[in-house]
Structure formats: structure tokens, C-alpha cells
Write a protein that binds this ligand. Structure first.
Ligand SMILES: [Zn+2]
Ligand SMILES: [Zn+2]
Length: 333
């Protein structure tokens, strides 16, 4: 294939405009009334917002290449491997589990509401596990390493994360009766919103989105999720509806008096691709080697980050709780 064609394909693929170009070329605008047509219209929104974000940063002379370099490098790695494993994983789970579903749903508005609540639950399970199980945190920490928020953070994911997230989410949804067509539709909405909530302060300063903050998971909620401030750690795991954060008491509003500090708590070099991608694995490896006995070594793999075999734990849960208690005693005094 000629190099210009490859470059053109990659570019139209990145901006999600292939579908629109095809539609304009064929003149078949009737497809706009179909799900696929709508998909073609929505797909370019996030890449173009990202472009606006970068251009605005340039305009206000706030553009720092370091804030975008690592997510883009990770994007290139993932572009090559992750996507194919993920699609295969979803197809495999559907094929394996569909016959064991507790009942079957159809593509109607009320089943869409049911499906979305189940999807959010499955997303909550995957995402909470990604923060609470050390080996899974090794995969997820790549997404939390950037020390600023902008749409390129969407691309910062360890290549194995999407496949395992999709296995958990697809399995739960299919077993609980969400039919594949409904599931793909929900995944599409989720993918769009999940990207949008990473929009930077450069474009939308107050991420609360007004009254929507009460009913949806807003960019503000997700900024809180990416923060390392003690009060904000391990909160807001949901994606579009934050019902399950409220149910499991992990809901946290952005407070005007606590300015968000992005990133993870360990000392790291956010501009090193190696540290962003493998840093947590190396830390885990060191802890395993240093731990006495097989049981402790295994526990390091499955216990939450910050767990220590000596009993001197520094987990997010403990850090957050002691912050809240300290604040309470201050107000009581
Ligand atoms: Zn997370
Ligand atoms: Zn995120």
C-alpha cells in the first residue's frame, strides 16, 4: 500500500471522518436516520474537540508538548495491538455466555434504561477492581499518570486494559440479559461520554455543566476521580450515571476549596513513557521480592495499592478516611 494512502487512512481513522466522507461521496444521506449514520456523525466530535483544545492552548501560549506527548505515544502502541484483542474478547464472551443469560431483552427504550443501569454496574465493578487490586492497578495506573487533564488522556491506557475491562463488562451484561445489539449501542454512548469527560479546563473551565452535575457524571466528577488529593482518591468510578457511586458510597463532589492535583501518589516521572507504562509493575515487583513468605508475596498482587505486610497500610481508603476524620475534628473544635 502506498505510504500516502496509509497516512490518509490513519488520519481519517483518528478523526473518525471515514464514514462521513463515504456518505458525502456516495450522496446517500438517508443513512443519517440509521444508528450507523448517527455513529458516523458523532465519531469525529472528540477528536475535533481535542484539536480545538490544542489550538486554544497554542493561542493562549499554554501549549506544553509534554502534556500530550506520552498519551499520544501510548495511543500509537495501543492502536497497534489493543483494539484487535478487545474486539475478539467481546465476541468471545458473547458467544460463550449468551445462552446462559437469565432472560433476553429486546431493543426498546425501557430495556435500554435497564441495560444502561446494568452496564454502569459492570463498569463500576471493572473500574473499582482496577483501583483496589494491585495487579489491576498496574494496568490502570497508566491512565492516571498524566498530571493534567485534557482529551489526550483518553489515549493513555495500558494495552491490556481494554480487553480485560471488556471481558468483565460484557460478561456481566450478557449474563444479566442485555442483548448484544443493545450492548453495542450502550458501548457506543459510553465510549463517547467516557471520552468527553476528559475535556480539559482549557475548553470547559467549570466541568460541573450546571444542573447536569446532579444527574450525570460530569467532567468535574471525573476530574475528581483523576485527582490525588486525599479526599478525592478512589471516588467517582462511574461513567455516565453515578448511581452506583451513590449506592457504594464512593461519590465525591468537586469542592471549590480543594484544588485538584492530577496524577498518582508515588514519586514518578510523568514524561517518561517507561515509568508511565511499567512503573507500577516495577514497584509491585520490588514489594514482592522484599516480602517475607509466599503468602505475603501473593497478597501484594491482589491487595489494594498501599497495602503493606507489616500492617502499616497507606491505601487510598485509609488516606481518605483520615482526611475526613481530621476535617470533622477541626469543625467540632
Ligand atoms: Zn480510574
Ligand atoms: Zn479517566
Amino acid at each position: 500500500m502506498n505510504i500516502f494512502q496509509t497516512f490518509y487512512d490513519e488520519l481519517t481513522g483518528f478523526f473518525g471522518i471515514g464514514g462521513i466522507i463515504k456518505m458525502v461521496q456516495s450522496g446517500d444521506y438517508g443513512s443519517l436516520s440509521t444508528f450507523e449514520g448517527i455513529q458516523h456523525l458523532i465519531a469525529p466530535i472528540i477528536p475535533f474537540l481535542l484539536l480545538i483544545e490544542i489550538l486554544r492552548a497554542f493561542f493562549y501560549k499554554r501549549f506544553k508538548i509534554d502534556e500530550y506527548r506520552i498519551p499520544f505515544l501510548v495511543f500509537v502502541i495501543n492502536r497497534l495491538i489493543s483494539r484487535f484483542i478487545s474486539i475478539a474478547a467481546v465476541a468471545f464472551c458473547i458467544g460463550l455466555l449468551e445462552k446462559h443469560a437469565i432472560f433476553t431483552t429486546t431493543f426498546t427504550w425501557y430495556w435500554l434504561i435497564y441495560g444502561y443501569i446494568i452496564w454502569e454496574f459492570s463498569h463500576f465493578v471493572y473500574h473499582a477492581l482496577a483501583h483496589k487490586v494491585r495487579i489491576l492497578w498496574c494496568l490502570h495506573s497508566t491512565h492516571h499518570a498524566p498530571q493534567q487533564m485534557n482529551l489526550s488522556v483518553n489515549f493513555a491506557h495500558f494495552f491490556l486494559e481494554a480487553p480485560y475491562a471488556d471481558v468483565i463488562r460484557t460478561s456481566i451484561c450478557i449474563l444479566l440479559g442485555v442483548n448484544p445489539a443493545l450492548l453495542f449501542f450502550i458501548m457506543f454512548i459510553d465510549g463517547f461520554w467516557g471520552s468527553f469527560i476528559h475535556i480539559g479546563e482549557n475548553v470547559i473551565k467549570d466541568g460541573r455543566l450546571g444542573f447536569l452535575n446532579h444527574i450525570l457524571l460530569s467532567p468535574s466528577h471525573h476530574r475528581v476521580h483523576h485527582a490525588r488529593n486525599p479526599l478525592y482518591m478512589d471516588t467517582n468510578f462511574c461513567n455516565l450515571l453515578n448511581i452506583w457511586d451513590r449506592v457504594f458510597k464512593t461519590y465525591q463532589d468537586e469542592r471549590r476549596d480543594i484544588i485538584i492535583e492530577y496524577g498518582i501518589t508515588r514519586e514518578m516521572d510523568p514524561n517518561s513513557l517507561w515509568d508511565v507504562y511499567f512503573g507500577e509493575f516495577i514497584c509491585l515487583g520490588k514489594d514482592i521480592v522484599a516480602a517475607p513468605g509466599l503468602k505475603n508475596k501473593l497478597l501484594y498482587i491482589i491487595m489494594p495499592p498501599g497495602w503493606n505486610h507489616t500492617g502499616d497500610h497507606k491505601t487510598a481508603k485509609i488516606t481518605r478516611r483520615s482526611f475526613i476524620e481530621e476535617e470533622l475534628t477541626k469543625t467540632v473544635k
